[in-house]
Design a protein around this ligand. Structure first.
Ligand code: PMP
Length: 388
């Protein structure tokens, strides 16, 4: 008797198969495998969730608010986002045809926006270097990501975006403060980009997840520059995870044209349903927390990075987020992937630029680690950058 053939394995979709495991995740796994690594690949802050936010979430769980919220969000979080946008950007986000919704993380808002706007074969312009999910979002929908090369200063300006807009462009994504570069665009650069998108009937999606991490020198009127209400075609997406140290809570929000938010709400109903209710109640306390001492500490770490490495390689000074994107000096004659491998051999984990870009010339380091560890890592990276 012959062996019965093994049962067939369910086939996976072309959509899933076309997506590679995130290079960030690979670096994370490498870090987990090394003994006592100096992990400068981490994209989340290293401070506890502020007490007031924790307390409100715990109270909400104990008070039995554990069911679904409205699709749009809990009333207290919507009210606090509304008041915050009003104070921060000087406009009522629920007037003039605009609307707000709470989402499952910033990633949730990005996915819903992409699903609401893009059809197969449409084009979305993204920065290069980019946050890793941008091209994946496009391919999940069958749309095409068109990369806007922003080297060497990493500024995604209207002049760089304009030649990339075609009859198929439906969306432009901008990210300031940026991952992986820490670059913060000015209000006038963002307004120009918003104006370009408006004139072409293209949605500008402004990913402002790091708005709370805008260092003082890049603020305008004390705040993170934003395209704000300068255009009827701008969708602002922000989050709580980075600013308040709760990336695992999966909370973000979107503010923009009511017609787009309406479609995103419909899609949320059939996907995420709502963001976690008790955590929304916690996040409603967030805007009352003073994060300035924390941000000042991160700005000092940024200074330490520029001081340690700036003389060895050109670094575009990060003015926000908690990343620096450092060039591997061409005189070393190696790719960033090879540089990251050499750093890992000395137990320092950084992420090669090829994970975020069509180029493999830079590496991203995160300074969301304690000062002592950061200094040890910088010392090793400095030796490697000087050819040691
Ligand atoms: N946008 C950018 C630029 C990010 O860096 C990240 C997280 N690394 C996200 C969005 C996703 O954030 P969230 O955890 O809120 O989904």
């Amino acid at each position: 008797m012959t062996d019965p053939s093994p049962p067939p394995v369910p086939r996976v979709s072309r959509r899933a198969a076309s997506i590679d495991v995130s290079g960030i995740r690979r670096a994370f796994e490498l870090g987990a495998a090394l003994p006592d690594p100096i992990n400068l690949s981490i994209g989340q802050p290293d401070f506890p969730v502020p007490e007031a936010i924790q307390a409100a979430a715990i109270d909400s769980i104990r008070a039995g608010r554990n069911g679904y919220s409205l699709t749009q969000g809990t009333p207290e979080l919507l009210a606090s986002v509304r008041a915050h946008i009003n104070a921060d950007l000087g406009w009522d986000p629920e007037s003039h045809g605009h609307s707000i919704m709470v989402t499952s993380g910033t990633s949730g808002a990005l996915l819903l926006a992409a699903m609401a706007v893009l059809d197969p074969d449409d084009e979305v312009v993204i920065p290069d270097p980019y946050f890793v999910i941008y091209p994946a979002l496009a391919s999940m929908i069958g749309a095409r990501a068109v990369r806007c090369d922003t080297y060497p200063d990493f500024r995604m300006t209207a002049a760089r975006v304009e030649p990339l807009i075609t009859g198929r462009t439906r969306m432009v994504m901008v990210n300031s403060p940026a991952n992986p570069t820490g670059v913060v665009l000015t209000g006038s650069e963002l307004a120009e980009l918003a104006g370009l998108c408006e004139s072409r009937g293209v949605l500008l999606v402004s990913d402002e997840i790091y708005d709370g991490f805008t260092f003082p020198e890049a603020r305008e009127g004390g705040r993170c520059p934003s395209p704000g209400r300068s255009s009827r075609t701008s969708l602002l997406i922000r989050g709580f995870g980075k600013t308040y140290g709760c990336t695992g809570w999966r909370l973000g929000y979107a503010v923009g044209p009511a017609a787009i938010i309406r479609e995103m709400l419909k899609l949320q109903q059939y996907t995420f349903v709502c963001a976690p209710t008790p955590l929304q109640v916690g996040a409603a306390q967030a805007f009352g927390v003073d994060m300035e001492p924390t941000i000042a500490r991160y700005a000092q770490r940024r200074d330490a990075v520029c001081q340690a490495l700036g003389g060895l390689s050109p670094i575009v000074r990060p003015c926000g987020a908690f990343y620096a994107f450092v060039e591997v000096p061409p005189r070393l004659g190696i790719s960033a992937t090879e540089f990251a491998r050499r750093a890992a051999a000395q137990r320092v984990i950084v992420i090669p630029g090829s994970v975020f870009s069509h180029r493999d010339t830079h590496f991203r380091l995160s300074f969301a680690v304690d000062e002592q560890r950061l200094q040890r890592g910088l010392q090793i990276l400095a030796e490697l950058l000087s050819g040691g």
